[in-house]
Write a protein that binds this ligand. Structure first.
Ligand SMILES: Nc1ncnc2c1ncn2[C@@H]1O[C@H](COP(=O)(O)OP(=O)(O)O)[C@@H](O)[C@H]1O
Ligand SMILES: Nc1ccn([C@@H]2O[C@H](COP(=O)(O)O)[C@@H](O)[C@H]2O)c(=O)n1
Length: 472
């Protein structure tokens, strides 16, 4: 946000993607290499288990094996195809994938089938992460090194690697003893000596024995934690305390609102509707009725903020009328489940044939972090104005994640309108700071959130009151 040449700081950003000056924080990327079956994946999983960090993505280089033609496929079935060459991998796709991941963007990862030596038709979407672990036998190829903040070599005795590979390839990859040994002696062993062992000298850390090496794993975990702190990553467990600290003396306490916030005029009519839905004694029927009325008003208000252009039409009396038409080819709705879904009927009532997407974000009880559980977005969303709906917004954690997902799908931030019946001030500042281009539209702003991240004074748990469910 720039006003009179000055950057106005509302709060110092929110995890996981922005640092205290609102800049995108790059993910911390660890590359892990070592011979086949040395324990690369096991070390990666041990690191993930030991890290107290939400959103860690593991990318296996094996997913990027190139597609084989018919002849090569036959060679592979006869254990005569050399999979242990850097050229067997789509290194260009790996590099572009790592570049996007480093920038916190979503990527589509191929799913590789070792039994068929082919990629599945489906791909796996991975979203922006705080930490990305990339592991593979040729992870230290020169063109990939530039994406890595830390390079780990897993150094396991060759006899142990062969024994593990025999077991794994027979049990998990549909091979037989003869084939595994043939492939190992012809391709795997020479490749290790020629290409893999020689990359040890690029490693920052060498982990002997693999995942069972607790000291080695802890060393890596401590390094990651230290580097994340240096980069200004802040996780929810530390958030409340920081939020209070950041807000004191900030515009929130002096009454200023970020310019991207639009609040509907506080008329008696609007206050009257709030009086119904905020009253703890309001019955469920009445709660649904009055919140729907308020949603309809909110959505009409939000639509009025979209760009309009002048048009001239002819009335039935053949007189010209200077009118306005919405200047957008495409509008779609995306609801943050489950409370946001309650706003869909109001949106459908006013936007004919609108496409609606859904995002389910739930807080992980252990880490306290929002996690993405379900995503279905309308086609062509990238060229649309998106009305992002949640009934209420407290800390803004779910909204931040939802906005990030939309941006990762190439929706422009200025095309996103986040709408909620009630927004809490700390959440408003967090979202407006992180995404100043996104418009925040609401019918009332509440001052605070409590230690359990509930809005004060608030309306209670909107979903429970609307759907008549028991609080968890
Ligand atoms: N410390 C260990 N002890 C016994 N088996 C192990 C150990 N580490 C890995 N394995 C097994 O060896 C195989 C290869 O391990 P993995 O971590 O997948 O290696 P890589 O990713 O380097 O190929 C797997 O079947 C795994 O279960
Ligand atoms: N269709 C394929 C593809 C690869 N391989 C072997 O996998 C090894 C790499 O995977 P790790 O998990 O062991 O790092 C590599 O040595 C290839 O020989 C295969 O057998 N079939």
């Amino acid at each position: 946000v720039v006003r009179s040449g000055k950057r106005i700081i509302f709060t110092s950003g929110r995890p996981p993607w922005y640092d205290s000056s609102g800049q995108l924080k790059e993910a911390f990327v660890i590359g892990i290499t070592g011979g086949s079956a040395s324990g690369k994946t096991s070390v990666a999983k041990k690191i993930i288990e030991a890290l107290d960090v939400p959103w860690v993505s593991l990318i296996c280089m094996d997913s990027f094996y190139k597609e084989l033609n018919k002849e090569e496929l036959q060679q592979a079935k006869d254990c005569n195809y050399n999979f242990d060459l850097p050229t067997s991998f789509d290194l260009e796709l790996i590099a572009s994938t790592m570049k996007r991941l480093r920038e916190g963007k979503n990527v589509e990862i191929p799913i590789y089938n070792f039994t068929k030596h082919q990629r599945d038709k489906k791909k796996k979407t991975i979203y922006g992460a705080n930490v990305v672990i990339f592991e593979g036998i040729f992870a230290f190829q020169p063109e990939l090194l530039k994406f890595m903040d830390c390079k780990v070599f897993v150094d396991t005795d060759s006899d142990i690697r062969l024994a593990r590979r025999l077991r794994r390839d027979i049990l998990e990859r549909g091979r037989d003893v003869r084939g595994v040994l043939k492939q190992y002696m012809t391709f795997v062993k020479p490749a290790y000596d020629l290409y893999i062992d020689t990359t040890k000298n690029v490693a920052d850390i060498i982990v002997p024995r693999g995942g069972e090496n607790e000291v080695g794993v802890n060393l890596i975990v401590n390094l990651i934690n230290q580097r994340l702190q240096e980069r200004g990553f802040l996780f929810r467990s530390q958030l409340k305390q920081n939020m209070q600290h950041q807000l004191s003396g900030q515009p929130s306490t002096t009454g200023n609102l970020p310019p991207s916030v639009r609040v509907i005029d506080r008329t008696s009519h609007i206050i009257g509707l709030h009086t119904f839905i905020r009253n703890k004694d309001t019955t469920r029927d009445e709660f649904i009725f009055y919140s729907r009325r308020l949603m309809r008003i909110l959505i009409e208000f939000a639509l009025s903020l979209l760009p309009f252009k002048k048009v001239t039409i002819d009335t039935p009396q053949n007189i010209k009328y200077e009118g306005m038409r919405m200047n957008s080819n495409n509008i779609c709705g995306v609801s943050i489940l489950r409370a946001g879904e309650t706003m869909e009927p109001a949106l459908c009532d006013v936007c004919k044939d609108i496409s609606i997407g859904k995002i389910l974000i739930q807080t992980n009880n252990e880490t306290g972090e929002p996690e993405l559980h379900y995503l279905r977005l309308p086609r062509n969303i990238k060229d649309s104005h998106v009305i992002l709906m949640d009934a209420t917004m407290a800390t803004g954690a779910a909204a931040l994640m939802a906005i990030r997902i939309l941006l990762d799908h190439d929706v422009l931030d200025e095309n996103i309108l986040l709408i909620s019946l009630v927004m809490a001030l700390p959440g408003i500042h967090a979202v407006a700071y992180a995404f100043p281009g996104v418009q925040l539209v609401t019918t009332e702003i509440d001052k605070d959130i409590n230690d359990s991240f509930h809005i004060l004074p608030g309306i209670g748990n909107f979903g429970d009151r609307y759907f008549g469910t028991e609080p968890l």
